[in-house]
Design a protein around this ligand. Sequence first.
Ligand SMILES: NC(=O)c1ccc[n+]([C@@H]2O[C@H](COP(=O)([O-])OP(=O)(O)OC[C@H]3O[C@@H](n4cnc5c(N)ncnc54)[C@H](OP(=O)(O)O)[C@@H]3O)[C@@H](O)[C@H]2O)c1
Length: 225
Amino acid sequence: MNRPYVIIVSEVTLDGKLTLYRGASSKELMSLMTKEVYKYLHGIRAEVDAIMVGCETVRTDDPSLTVRYVEGKNPIRIIPCSTANVPYNANIFSKDAPTIIVTTERAPKERVEKIKSLGAEVIFAGEDLVDFNYLLPLLYNRGIEKLMVEGGASINWEFIRLGFVDELRLIHLPVIVGGENVPTLVGGEGFKSLKKVAYFQIANYFVLDNNFLITEWKIKRLQPS
Ligand SMILES: NC(=O)c1ccc[n+]([C@@H]2O[C@H](COP(=O)([O-])OP(=O)(O)OC[C@H]3O[C@@H](n4cnc5c(N)ncnc54)[C@H](OP(=O)(O)O)[C@@H]3O)[C@@H](O)[C@H]2O)c1
């Protein structure tokens, strides 16, 4: 496998939502999580070589993507961002961990230079949107063997669509949010066909502080027999 092992990790409500409403930061929902649940989440961060969130999540949530609730090494932060439109004061530019902004030919030169001056690395991958077919082998060849993808919905869809997800780890928060336009775990076009949907097999599950935690492995075949 000439790419990192990919784990999608997400906090979702019982109805599969990522936030309280479209455009909201997921931090509000995550405030429901207890210290023990945060420890579980940060334990995964400490286990991987790199962590990725989409550019929209950086703009909306301003996450740090570091390991704080357990002992462990911070993963490399990787942000796909097709025009390098990241706020220059974003937490991902803190000195706690290396940061890579992955961008495309559409990125204005000034933004790229500014990002480099903040200490982050810039990788070009793609013409329009970030091309994960190109990016993942490149990351793997640089020693990134395990990659955690922590959303949002658009990035999750890209990985699912391309068949690059090996494992899912979901923290089901014990609430229902509702709302037709509220982002769910996976966005994008959707498969629209039972023959194409991504199948997973439960590997482990447990309850932690009234949250249902589940780990699932991607099944290679398309449908259960
Ligand atoms: N509950 C959770 O676990 C959790 C976790 C993370 C995020 N969230 C929530 O999810 C929401 C953000 O999700 P989102 O779906 O709007 O955005 P997203 O997945 O975080 O980021 C999508 C953005 O990434 C950039 N991008 C670059 N290459 C791409 C490619 N090949 N495919 C798709 N996107 C590409 C695009 O921005 P450019 O046009 O700038 O390139 C695109 O708009 C926020 O509300 C956040 O709070 C929740």
